[in-house]
Ligand binder design. Structure first.
Ligand SMILES: [Zn+2]
Ligand SMILES: [Zn+2]
Length: 327
C-alpha cells in the first residue's frame, strides 16, 4: 500500500498537469501520430474548434507542445511535441497497443485505411513490449512494488480536476477516433480505480477509501467498468452479500498505460524533493524504470524511430491473424 494514496501518486500528478480528460489525451496522441496543424486534429478526432483550441493552448502552456512557424512563414503556425511531450512516448505506445488489442482500431484516413505501427530500424510492424530496464523481463503488476520516494506529498491532485471535467462533459461532442477507448483511458476515476486494483485492493469500501471518491461516482464507474469488460464483480462466498472486483485481461492490459504516465510524471514533474515513488522489480531485485522495446528486433523503440503506416482493412485483418497464430 502506498502511504499517501492514489490521488497523490505520480499518475495523479500527471493527470493534473495535463488537466486531463479524453480530449486532452487525444491532442497528445494525435501529436504522436503526426498531427501538426489545427485541422489535422479537427479532421481526425471529431473535436469542436473551441474544445480543440482550449486543449492545444493548455498543452503549450504546460510545455508539452510548442508552436512554430510553418516554412519560415510567421503567419501560419504548427504544433510540435517538446522534449517534455516526447517523454509521453511510452504512454502513447501503451495506448496504441491497448487499443489495437482490445478495441476496434478506427480508420483515420479519408479513404478508409487504418494505422499500423512500424519500427523504422527493422522495418517490421511492431508490438511494443514494456520491460524492466535492468533485466528486460516484461513488467507485470504482481512483480512490481512501489516505495515512497522523497518527493511524495499528500496533495489530492485528482480532486482539483472537478471543474474541468464538468466543462468537458458538457460538450455533446464525442471523439470520432478510438471508439470509446478514451472514455476509459481519459477518465481519472476509472484509471485511479484501475491503479487501486493493480495494488490488490478489491472491495468496494476499500476502493472508496483508497481513491477518496463519493459513493455515487464509485458505483457508476464500477458499473461502467464491468460493462466495458475491464473488471469482473464476484461474490465473496456463496451466501455472502459482499462483492469483490478483479481486473480482467482487458483491464490488466492497461498496466503499461499507468506505467507510462507514472514514469513521465516522475521525470518531468518532480519538484526539488525528487521522485514520488521508486519502482522495484521483484523479478531481478533492482529499482528500475520502464523501457519500451520492439518485439521483432528487441531494440528500444524511440519516438523518432517509429512511424505510422496506413494499410487497407484487408491488410490489417491479415496482420491480426498472423499475430493470433504466433501467440
Ligand atoms: Zn528486472
Ligand atoms: Zn524492431
Amino acid at each position: 500500500m502506498v502511504p499517501a494514496g492514489i490521488c497523490s501518486s505520480a499518475f495523479a500528478r500527471a493527470f493534473a498537469e495535463l488537466a486531463a480528460d479524453r480530449w486532452g489525451f487525444l491532442v497528445i496522441l494525435g501529436a504522436f501520430r503526426g498531427n501538426r496543424r489545427f485541422q489535422d486534429w479537427e479532421r481526425s478526432a471529431g473535436f469542436t474548434p473551441s474544445v480543440l483550441a482550449n486543449r492545444l493552448r493548455h498543452m503549450v502552456e504546460v510545455g508539452v507542445l510548442r508552436q512554430r512557424p510553418i516554412d519560415g512563414n510567421g503567419d501560419r503556425l504548427e504544433y510540435r511535441l517538446t522534449d517534455k511531450g516526447l517523454g509521453l512516448h511510452a504512454w502513447a505506445l501503451a495506448v496504441w497497443r491497448w487499443e489495437r488489442d482490445w478495441h476496434e482500431i478506427a480508420s483515420v484516413a479519408d479513404d478508409g485505411r487504418f494505422p499500423v505501427l512500424v519500427h523504422r530500424s527493422c522495418e517490421a510492424e511492431t508490438t511494443p513490449q514494456f520491460v524492466c530496464d535492468c533485466c528486460a523481463a516484461p513488467l507485470e503488476p504482481e512483480a512490481v512494488r512501489w516505495r515512497a520516494g522523497p518527493g511524495l506529498d499528500d496533495h489530492n491532485y485528482l480532486a482539483g480536476l472537478t471543474s474541468r471535467r464538468a466543462e468537458s462533459s458538457a460538450s455533446d461532442a464525442r471523439p470520432k477516433y478510438a471508439g470509446g477507448a478514451f472514455d476509459l483511458i481519459g477518465d481519472r476515476w476509472t484509471l485511479a480505480l484501475t491503479v487501486a486494483l493493480f495494488q490488490g485492493i478489491r472491495r468496494y469500501e476499500a476502493l472508496r477509501t483508497e481513491v477518496g471518491v463519493s459513493t455515487n461516482i464509485l458505483a457508476l464507474r464500477l458499473k461502467r467498468m464491468v460493462e466495458d469488460g475491464l473488471i469482473a464483480r464476484e461474490r465473496q462466498g456463496e451466501h455472502s452479500e459482499r462483492f469483490e472486483y478483479t481486473l480482467t485481461d482487458k483491464g490488466r492490459a492497461l498496466y503499461p498505460v499507468v506505467l507510462g504516465l507514472t514514469q513521465w510524471a516522475d521525470r518531468w514533474l518532480s519538484g526539488k524533493d525528487g521522485i514520488r515513488f521508486r519502482m522495484h522489480h521483484m523479478g531481478c531485485g533492482a529499482d528500475c524504470r520502464t523501457e519500451v522495446r520492439c518485439d521483432v528486433c528487441a531494440q528500444p523503440l524511440t519516438p523518432h524511430d517509429v512511424a505510422v503506416r496506413l494499410v487497407s482493412g484487408k491488410e490489417l485483418e491479415r496482420a491480426r491473424r498472423r499475430r493470433k497464430k504466433n501467440i
